[in-house]
Design a protein around this ligand. Structure first.
Ligand code: UD1
Length: 361
């Protein structure tokens, strides 16, 4: 059996791995490496437990730090594993520091790299994830993009071979677990939420958490939006709110501020929301999938199709724009399921089988 190493490190990657790992294990020997970029229980282990992801074979325990530190730690520690395990291929997911560092390490040691969620671009090099996207795609050997736009970006950048639109692997998990999402309805009663009468909100992008005026504008929206807002708070955001002394804004009666929530409860909250307010790439595509209007509190998104179809509106962290978009939103008639239909992981593994059975590869 050929050997594949899957590398994950941050919350959205555990979700992507959940679908892909199941398929990989049907045909390959899979080794899972956790970089340790996310380490809090409710940002990491809780997802492995909830989604039935096998325990990682290696944990690099890199923890928090500046990108250079985080990536250097991964480069050094992952190299030892690569040289020992000698995989036939390394799979990386998404666009975090863990993605780019693992891809660079594998490529520098002459191992093949597959990128799940390839080709997405925000066209702004000052977004930390954009640099990770560009670096990873520059050195990957096979590309799995969730959208046509992603494929077109790769082709425009000169990648003509081994580029596939498979849809998004996170959507697989939603499609296959509808019953579990329905069964999560107790989360609504736990927080006294009435379907279609509350906002689901997330905020963690550096641009929003590291600038006081942006964070303050976003929290002001939560306070003044006129409905309940359930706000599962990322640790980065919590630290920034404390640093900028904005805690009082969270005491507004309509805001329900909670620790990060599991995957199925989150899908239940999104599905039943009146609208989502988010800067998370994951939530942007999930709110689209559930046909719930989304207000993007970021100035760009890689999930551009969801904006073109009118399900998400790009507002940036701008109070007036966000409030206007909320007040004037009309649900579009068109919905093409452009982010995937639940078969992404199976397609990816089929392509990998063909790719790895080619002679001399
Ligand atoms: C990372 C990814 C981002 C992804 C997000 C999902 C990069 C550049 N960004 O952002 O693409 O959408 O994960 O969550 O890789 N922290 C904790 N506990 C944890 C994890 C983080 O307290 O379990 C704190 C640390 O203080 C850390 C800060 O959050 O300094 C930011 O964490 P980091 O891993 O640098 O990036 P994220 O903001 O989580």
């Amino acid at each position: 059996m050929k050997k594949i190493i899957s590398v994950v490190g941050a919350r959205p990657q555990f979700i992507k791995l959940a679908s892909v790992s199941k398929e990989i294990r049907k045909y390959f020997n899979e080794i899972i490496v956790h970089t340790g970029q996310h380490y809090d229980y409710n940002m990491s282990k809780s997802f492995f437990d909830e989604l039935g992801i096998p325990k990682p074979d290696y944990d690099l325990e890199v923890g928090s730090g500046n990108p250079g530190y985080q990536m250097a730690q991964i480069l050094m520690k992952f190299e030892d594993i690569l040289l020992q395990e000698k995989p036939d291929l390394v799979v990386v997911f998404g666009d975090t520091n863990s993605t780019a560092a693992a891809a660079i390490c594998a490529a520098k040691n002459n191992f093949l790299v597959a990128h799940v969620e390839a080709g997405l671009r925000e066209n702004n090099k000052f977004v930390p994830e954009e640099v990770n996207k560009l670096l990873t795609d520059a050195i990957s050997d096979i590309f799995f993009s969730p959208t046509d736009t992603g494929v077109n970006n790769l082709v425009r950048e000169g990648k003509s071979e081994n580029v596939h639109n498979t849809g998004d692997v996170g959507i697989d998990l939603i499609v296959k677990n509808q019953a579990k999402i329905e069964a999560s309805a107790s989360i609504l009663t736990r927080y006294n939420l009435v379907p279609n009468e509350y906002f689901y909100a997330t905020c963690h992008r550096a641009e929003n958490t590291d600038k006081k005026e942006n964070l303050e504008g976003i929290l002001r929206v939560f306070c003044e939006v006129g409905k309940q807002v359930i706000f599962p708070m990322h640790p980065r955001t919590k630290k920034s709110i404390e640093k900028f002394g904005l805690q009082d804004m969270l005491s507004s009666k309509n805001i329900i501020c909670v620790d990060p929530i599991g995957f199925f409860d989150t899908q239940c909250l999104i599905k039943n929301a009146y609208m989502c307010l988010t800067d998370s790439g994951g939530v942007i595509k999930e709110t689209y999938f559930h046909k719930v209007p989304g207000i993007i509190i970021d100035t760009q998104t890689e999930w551009i199709e969801t904006v073109s179809e009118g399900w998400n509106i790009l507002c940036g962290p701008n109070f007036e724009k966000i409030m206007y978009a909320i007040d004037h939103f009309t649900k579009p008639e068109i919905h093409t399921n452009c982010v995937g239909n639940g078969t992404a992981a199976a397609q990816i593994v089929e392509y990998l089988r063909k790719f790895l059975s080619k002679p001399n590869e």
